[in-house]
Design a protein around this ligand. Structure first.
Ligand code: FEO
Length: 398
């Protein structure tokens, strides 16, 4: 039987979504979980709910511990629908005495569910409530990753219920970090950070400082997605600190789409130049690599090289998609360059270059345009671009 007790009398009561494959643009090819937690105490308390459609799983798990009508409090750490979609049904069944949420959560609950009659109670950052033998302290984590987001800290249990932060989209029968393979767990955690939390990286050190300032001591982190960190909670905190710093590794990505392989030939020549300088380099054809997996690689890449042929005075749709997605995630500290083939008008390299400038990437050299099919000289120029980028990466990391 799956172990679901997080701490004595605190249980995981969430749902496993084995089938979801798209999370607003993020490829969840291994599914996800919607974690909710039940603290059995004088005032039984439910932390978060689940996505609409998974109410039955939540209720089934709650009923294995308690009659849901006996739950006194619901804590809404985050209003996004994957955690609050089941809230209306739960409120009907539980009839909670209080629903605790942040000030921004209060506004978001009203604008999602339009139920001013619900017993909403706003809590401030640092505020504590008693649920019986335990206290719960709330910590607002605005924009990590919504304005309403907050953590719940249970000091007696040394437990941090961390909402979306420290999560992973990974459906498993296991619930804890020590029950799965750590390398795979960290890979899912990195993908989750890169695709969801990257734009808010500047807030991570502030959050860690706030946790220290409040003196929160915990040995378990229970996020709203994926595995619970009980063996190595420090490992994910440390990883977040590293990812938030966006410190580049000796690594480059060549991200491209191609029509009749001319742009692809250019990509391979640039690759040779980079590898010749000892740079770990990945060739990422967007037809073969999902945008959200490419973003995971972007996390520690020092240089991003983008290629597209010109198509109808523009760029290939997969690269347009990727650049839009990337821009929203606001990566920092990236060297960049553009390349591409064309038939007659040749706008693609200019379009890519302007997108890179808008993202404040450091362009290492002017983009390379090639008419129709690259000559040996064209490919030599591409190789030289890779070589130049490789040397620039080494200078930056020296
Ligand atoms: Fe898992 Fe922001 O919701």
């Amino acid at each position: 039987m799956t172990q679901t007790e997080v701490k004595k009398d605190i249980h995981w009561v969430g749902a496993v979504d084995w089938k979801v494959r798209d999370f607003h643009g993020y490829s969840t090819y291994k599914g996800t979980t919607y974690n909710a937690y039940l603290a059995l105490d004088e005032h039984p308390t439910l932390f978060d709910t689940v996505k609409k459609g998974f109410e039955g799983d939540l209720l089934h798990r709650l009923r294995s511990h308690i009659d849901p009508a006996q739950i006194d409090y619901i804590v809404v750490n985050h209003v996004e629908m994957d955690h609050s979609g089941a809230l209306p049904e739960m409120v009907e069944i539980v009839r909670p005495k209080k629903i605790f949420c942040s000030d921004m959560g209060h506004k978001a609950i009203l604008s999602h569910f339009h139920r001013p009659d619900w017993p909403l109670e706003t809590v401030a950052s640092g505020q504590t409530i008693s649920i019986g033998r335990r206290t719960v302290q709330f910590l607002e984590t605005r924009m990590l990753h919504w304005p309403d987001s907050m953590f719940s800290y249970l000091p007696e249990d040394r437990l941090l219920v961390s909402s979306d932060a420290f999560g992973q989209h990974w459906a498993t029968s296991e619930r804890f970090d020590d029950q799965v393979e750590m390398t795979e767990l960290m890979r899912h955690a990195a993908k989750y950070y890169a695709n969801i939390l990257l734009p808010y990286s500047k807030l991570i050190p502030k959050l860690v400082a706030k946790i220290q300032e409040l003196g929160l001591v915990f040995d378990t982190i229970a996020p709203d997605h994926g595995l619970i960190w009980r063996a190595e909670p420090g490992r994910i905190i440390e990883a977040y600190a590293g990812w938030a710093a966006q410190k580049p590794a000796k690594k480059a990505l060549i991200i491209y789409d191609t029509m009749w392989h001319s742009t692809e030939k250019m990509a391979h020549a640039i690759y040779k130049g980079l590898v010749g300088q000892g740079i770990s380099t990945k060739l990422l054809d967007l037809k073969s690599n999902h945008r959200s997996d490419v973003i995971t690689e972007v996390l520690d890449a020092a240089a991003l090289v983008f290629g597209s042929p010109t198509l109808n005075n523009g760029i290939m749709p997969l690269l347009a998609d990727f650049l839009t997605y990337l821009k929203g995630l606001k990566p920092e500290n990236k060297l960049a360059a553009a390349f591409g083939s064309y038939g007659w008008s040749g706008e693609a390299v200019g379009i890519i270059t302007r997108a890179l400038e808008e993202m404040k990437m450091e362009l290492v050299a002017p983009g390379i345009k090639v008419k129709h099919v690259p000559t040996a000289d064209d490919l030599a120029a591409c190789l030289a671009l890779g070589d130049q980028l490789g040397r620039r990466i080494q200078e930056r990391l020296a």
